[in-house]
Each structure stands twice: as structure tokens, then as C-alpha cells.
Design a protein around this ligand. Structure first.
Ligand code: UDX
Length: 434
């Protein structure tokens, strides 16, 4: 099949490369020439395990190419996927400007029957808007519209694509569903779940899934805070709960709260979409409220041991919103470091992948000292503050790191250390819910 991906952001690029890996002929289109030039030279503009080698492999076979022109990428395609960013707009409502602009541009170049698929996460009703945008520009175009939400998590995106729990497609007719079945045929043949539903259902499955996962995180974080009051251990609670197959063990890791480009944006967008229908999502509002105050947990723990924070030095280990990515969008680390700076704390930060991205988006990054290792970040520090669960941090020699520090406090926002190990190394240990 000839597939065109519009947008080479995180989702568009990973999905396009994986479609080529499945054997399709894929063109990735982006109007950002700089990015396309990098990709043409085999350089992956994002950090995602295994992606660069798949780009190289599939470009070499001729199945994968990168272009900047709609005129080149659209007429030849059997299926076009929209993977354009839908950033939060006013009051958290998804902003569809880029997506609908891409649809209009695409409309000019349609030639022969084409299936247009929205993969960008966008509220219920968006596929219809794309359909209307295309019809307005090109009333005689022969096309069908579909929705095919993505469920890729950063750091494991390739595995998530090639070994999906489910493939969801929303279509208006059997013909479109059959086309999309052909696109995913190699995965369906492996026995992967393929669920064909209506377009509004497909659109809502994505929001409902992300909201549910975000709710699990906020839920366990509330339980974690209560554990500290009653002497329980949240890891035991999560383990005990997770053994019930109705609950499941995933997404019950107590933490500094969820971040990243999806959860926060999607839960807000769903609440806003609800409001448009006169519907109030009370549970989703509650999970948002829990997460919004989550950054205070580690600040309180620092204060408990260090007293007033002014002038104290804190070594922040981890800036990415989770391990395995260089992404800091909507990361709790941004809120936490901002609050530390507001308290006049001297912040020394280190992250194995995300420091450049952090510097780009954190408006007070000139007030942060960036170190080249966990060891050098902790030089002279009163406390270690762990914010991302990188494996590199799990293997830190605590006794060794302590020798260069002024203080002996670890606030472990990801529970990567055992209390006992930290205490044996001479630290005072504060985890989450332990
Ligand atoms: C998420 C969805 O998982 C994915 O299906 C969707 O396509 C995009 O959004 P992603 O944002 O990459 O993926 O990260 P995810 O692994 O879901 O984690 C989101 C946030 O929740 C991170 O900040 C993570 O640290 C936090 N989290 C996750 C926890 O705090 N505890 C957990 O148990 C799980």
C-alpha cells in the first residue's frame, strides 16, 4: 500500500517508519525543511530507542522517503494519515488550526480514491471537521474519512506499534474498514486485536483510555499520601491491588505525578469537549486536581528536613517527564524546579537525555546549573531530588555520591531506591508513600 504521513512529529514519524517496516511504501511529509533534511540524511530528530536504525534500514530499501511537498506526497497515496499537532488552546480546548490547515492543503492534491485517516489526538467530531474542510476545497474529490487513534508511549513506541494490544479504527463504511485492515494486515495476521467501530467511538476510545490511565496514576498518588499518614507502603498496596486481574498492576507506580505531551492535554480537552455538550466529567476533573498539586509533595519533603529552603543546594536528578525519552513537555519537573527557584534554592540539575530540551522550554533555565553527571550535580548539595526513574540513577553508588555532598537527604520522587539501601549509605530517605 502507498501511505503518506502528514506530520513527522513523534507519532507521525514513528508510525510512518513502522508502516514501512510492515512492508508498505511510505512517504513522510513535513513542511519543516530542516527536519526533513535531517531525516533524509538518516538522522532522527527525536530520541526514541531503535527509531534511527529503523529509519536507516527502511530508507535503504526505498520503502521510506521524506518530502516537504503536498504535491509530491498526496496524489500517489492510497491512504493518508494526519499526524499533526493539536496543542492545547484556550481553556485547554484542543486547537485544530494546524490539523484543518493540513486537511485543506491535502484537499488540493487528492487524485483518485483516497482514505483520509485522522491519527492526531483530537476531540470527538474532528474527523467530520476534516471531512468538511476537504469537501469545501475539493467538492468532487473521491475520498472516505476514518479515525485511527494511536497508543504509542514514548520510550516504547516501536514495540507499542509492532506489538499492539489493539488497533482501533473508526469508519463510516465497510470499504474504508477493509482498506485499513489491509494497512494493518501483518499485525492482524499475528493475532493482534483489530476493532472496527464508528468514528465517534474511535475518537472517544483514545480520550477514555488516556483519562483512565491518568486516573490510575492520580489514584495511587492519593493512596500514597495516605500511606504516609498510616505507616503503610504504597508499593505493597499497588502490588496487592494489581494482583486482582480486574485492576491490573500497570500504572500504579506512585510518583511526582503524570506529565508528558498527552495525558494533561487529553484530560483537559475531554473536560472541555464535555462542556460543549453540557456534560460535566467529575472524575476527570478530580484526577486533574490531584495531579496539579502533586509537585508540592517533594517540596514539602525537602522543607520537612531542610527547614527554610532559601540558599539550600538541591541536586535534581532527572528532567524528562519519564525515563526513556528526552521529552520535557508538561513535565512535573518544570513545576518543581520553578517552585525551588521561587524558594531561592540553588538548583544543580542533570538528565542523561533531556537537558537540551529543558533549556529550550524552561523560561528560567539560566538560573539552573546543568551538570554533566549525577555525581557532579550532587557536589556540595544539601539534598538529592530524584525526579525521573532513569536506570542510570538506579545504579548510583550512594555511599560514593554522599562523600561530595554537604547534606544527607534523598527525596526520591520515583521510589527508585530502597529505604534500607539509602539509610545504610548514611542518607535520610524520603520516598513517595513509603
Ligand atoms: C501516554 C499513553 O500511555 C499512550 O498510550 C498515549 O498514546 C500517549 O500518552 P506517554 O505520555 O508516552 O504515553 O507516557 P506514559 O508512559 O503513559 O506516562 C505518562 C506519565 O505518567 C509519565 O509522566 C509517567 O511518569 C507517569 N506515570 C505512569 C506514573 O507516574 N506512574 C505510573 O504508574 C505510570
Amino acid at each position: 500500500m502507498r501511505i503518506t504521513m502528514i506530520g513527522t512529529g513523534y507519532v507521525g514519524l514513528t508510525t510512518g517508519v513502522c508502516f514501512a517496516e510492515l512492508g508498505h511504501s511510505v512517504m513522510c511529509l513535513d513542511t519543516n525543511k530542516e527536519k526533513i533534511d535531517l531525516l533524509k540524511n538518516g538522522v532522527c530528530p527525536i530520541f526514541e530507542e531503535g527509531l534511527e536504525s529503523l529509519i536507516e534500514k527502511n530508507s535503504a530499501t526505498g520503502r521510506l522517503s521524506f518530502v516537504t511537498s503536498y504535491a509530491e506526497a498526496i496524489p500517489c497515496a492510497d491512504v493518508v494519515f494526519f499526524c499533526v499537532d493539536t496543542p492545547p488552546g484556550e481553556y485547554g480546548k484542543a486547537n485544530l488550526t494546524n490539523l484543518l490547515a493540513a486537511a485543506s492543503e491535502c484537499a488540493h492534491h487528492l487524485d483518485g480514491y483516497t482514505v483520509l485517516v485522522n491519527k492526531s489526538t483530537a476531540p470527538v467530531g474532528t474527523a467530520k471537521k476534516i471531512q468538511n474542510a476537504v469537501r469545501n476545497i475539493n467538492p468532487t474529490a473521491s475520498f472516505d474519512i476514518a479515525s485511527n487513534p494511536e497508543f504509542l508511549a514514548e520510550g516504547s513506541a516501536i514495540r507499542n506499534f509492532l506489538e499492539p494490544d489493539r488497533i482501533i479504527v473508526g469508519t463510516e463504511n465497510e470499504k474504508t474498514a477493509t482498506m485499513l485492515k489491509l494497512v494493518y494486515a501483518p499485525l492482524i495476521e499475528q493475532g493482534r486485536n483489530f476493532l472496527s467501530v464508528t468514528i465517534p467511538s474511535a475518537e472517544l476510545i483514545k480520550y477514555a483510555s488516556n483519562s483512565f490511565l491518568a486516573m490510575k496514576v492520580s489514584f495511587i498518588n492519593e493512596i500514597a499520601d495516605f500511606c504516609e499518614l498510616v505507616g503503610a507502603d504504597v508499593s505493597d498496596i499497588a502490588h496487592g491491588m494489581g494482583l486482582d486481574t480486574r485492576i491490573g498492576s500497570k500504572f500504579l507506580q506512585a510518583s511526582i505525578g503524570f506529565g508528558g505531551s498527552c495525558f494533561g492535554k487529553d484530560v483537559h480537552a475531554l473536560v472541555m469537549r464535555g462542556q460543549e455538550e453540557g456534560y460535566e466529567f467529575r472524575m476527570i476533573k478530580a484526577l486533574i486536581a490531584v495531579n496539579e498539586l502533586r509537585y508540592l509533595t517533594v517540596i514539602k519533603k525537602l522543607k520537612k528536613h531542610l527547614g527554610p529552603l532559601q540558599g539550600k543546594t538541591v541536586a535534581v536528578l532527572g528532567l524528562a517527564y519519564k525515563a526513556g525519552t528526552d521529552d520535557v513537555r508538561d513535565a512535573q519537573t518544570l513545576r518543581i524546579i520553578l517552585d525551588l527557584l521561587d524558594h531561592a534554592v540553588i538548583v544543580r540539575a542533570y538528565d542523561p537525555q533531556a537537558m537540551e530540551n529543558f533549556k529550550k522550554i524552561f523560561r528560567r533555565s539560566d538560573e539552573v546549573t546543568f551538570a554533566q553527571s549525577a555525581q557532579s550535580a550532587s557536589d556540595g548539595a544539601d539534598a538529592l531530588l530524584i525526579l525521573t526513574e532513569w536506570n542510570e540513577f538506579k545504579s548510583i553508588d550512594l555511599a560514593d555520591i554522599k562523600t561530595n555532598m554537604s547534606g544527607t537527604l534523598i527525596v526520591d520522587g520515583r521510589n527508585i531506591f530502597e529505604r534500607k539501601t539509602a539509610e545504610v549509605a548514611g542518607f535520610t530517605y524520603e520516598g513517595i508513600g513509603t
